[in-house]
Design a protein around this ligand. Structure first.
Ligand code: MN
Length: 197
């Protein structure tokens, strides 16, 4: 059975971009709910639970139809949030260095143009979902709690949660302000490490 992972920092560690209240609510209520509902769905499909989560989400067709949507939404929610916490850091922000920085420049012209493209996709995403930087440096979006691996795509390098629950307390309905502030806590070290693999 799955359990809520600890954050790699304190709830107030990202407060220059995301308040303590949002971090605590997002982690202890929203992420916890995905974990609980994932476990409840897996209880109804014992054979599925023996596989690891990424394998389950990569092959959702193999999951019994009665729990497929629940596992898609809550398994995706658990995986996405587990990654999201690691993609942020109190030491984050700034710009990447090394190979990733060079490749982003090659692909987008400059780091700022990459950020502008990402922001445009993030503000333009209708409803609730995620924006992803993929290993080929393309930027894509998914609805709900879908992760690109569900469509047979690679694991993303970076993702941004643009559900209202991720920012409403701090930024009300102004998603663009949340996105702009979020860059200040992006954990480029972690992302660059994954890019080298
Ligand atoms: Mn969320």
């Amino acid at each position: 059975m799955y359990s809520l992972p600890n954050l790699p920092y304190e709830y107030d560690a990202l407060s220059r971009a995301i308040s303590r209240d949002i971090m605590e609510l997002h982690h202890t209520k929203h992420h916890q709910a995905y974990v609980d509902k994932l476990n409840a769905a897996l209880d109804l499909a014992p054979g599925v639970a023996e596989r690891d989560l990424e394998s389950i989400l990569t092959h959702l067709d193999a999951v019994p139809e009665s729990v497929q949507t629940a596992i898609r939404n809550n398994g995706g929610g658990h995986l996405n949030h587990s990654l999201f916490w690691q993609w942020m850091s109190p030491d984050g922000g700034g710009e990447p260095t090394g190979v990733l920085a060079e490749k982003l420049d090659d692909h987008y012209g400059s780091f700022q143009q990459f950020v502008d493209s990402f922001n445009e996709k993030a503000t333009g995403l209708f409803g609730s979902g995620w924006v992803w930087l993929m290993p080929d440096l393309e930027i894509i979006t998914t609805p709900n709690q879908d992760n690109p691996i569900m469509d047979g795509q690679a694991k993303p390098l970076l993702g941004l949660d643009v559900w209202e629950h991720a920012y409403y307390l701090d930024y009300k309905n102004v998603r663009a302000d949340y996105i702009k502030a979020w860059w200040d806590v992006v954990n480029w070290q972690r992302i660059a490490d994954d890019y080298h693999q």
